[in-house]
Write a protein that binds this ligand. Sequence first.
Ligand SMILES: *Cc1c(COP(=O)(O)O)cnc(C)c1O
Length: 390
Amino acid sequence: MQLANRIDKLPPYLFVQISKKIAEKKAQGIDVVSFGIGDPDIPTPPHIIKRLCQAAKDPANHRYPETEGLPQLRQAIVEWYERRFNLSFDPNKEVLPLIGSKEGIGHIALCFIDPGDIALVPDPGYPVYSIGTMFAGGESYFMSLTENNNFLPDLGSIPPRIAKKARLMWINYPNNPTGAVADLRFFEKVVAFAKKYDIAVCHDGPYSEVAFDGYRPVSFLQARGARDIGVEFHSLSKSYNMTGWRIGMVVGNEKIVNALMRVKSNLDSGIPQAIQYAAIEALLGKQDCIAEHNAIYQRRRDLVVKTLNKIGLKVKPPKASLYIWAKVPDGYTSLDFCARLLEEASVVVTPGTGYGKCGEGYVRLSLTTPDYRVKEGLARLEKWAGKHTL
Ligand SMILES: *Cc1c(COP(=O)(O)O)cnc(C)c1O
């Protein structure tokens, strides 16, 4: 049996390796504190689960759903965007629910990338952007996100011969893994660049609701002209602690939304309808949970930032996202540092290199761990740092 080349080209999924190491530790009876994966520890709010259970009992929701989702869900997405960003969309043409946004992010490359085409992809970045590109036969050109540029891609540094071959650009703010944010001025520069080179833009925005200190992230689609060339992916996963239910959406340019709908109609059979009803409840129901969750994450963020700076890892408190992006001490690579912390302090942090070459020198800490575990993990870090010169 011979597997396709694309399978050999897949990098080993970093979190699988880390989970394996954690499992080994646990098998030895060692307690491990994880700042690893970005998956909210707080449960889905009860009113959303109640709606899900109700809908699950209705036989009408036991049959195949439509690819384009329930009309009521598309309408709820439109109302949510209207309320949150003051933008209006046609629910029948500019909105498509997804089986979690990762699904759409992975598949949309099939709408733009033919063999040999280029996608512009942030480094560090969510791995699905470049892997979707590779699956479609394309190549990624990595746009470096560095501290000097506030972790925004320097569009001027992209060679014109690359830009001319590019079909698609990925951006993601508030950013995973760096925690960086972008304003409308940056998004408008992206629109101008994309129009100049005739590139479609996909903005991935699952953290637009996870923000601190009163900061409210903007939508890419608020940038002038964004809808002419782009779409925004969004997700209920991080906003409403619904990672396990798998529901998200894409909104924006009609031609792009339609192309993805056509791809999906040939691959999947839609989102379980009970989950669509739960999503409608999440989007249109009471929104208090967002501020409540953000208060919790902000408290954890402050604890983590304080301890890391105290032990000599330089970090700035992020304005949004679930992540702290910290520089590793001199003399360590990202991977060394993570391995040492896991081995010697039983604490898991993610090596920045898991998100791309430019992640070297950094580690990511996720705030999705209960407070008492955050405190335990930080106490271990402090104790570990006391035995080392950082
Ligand atoms: C969590 C995350 C997603 C995926 O969310 P789902 O809707 O659960 O698939 C997409 N992009 C980024 C950057 C994320 O961190």
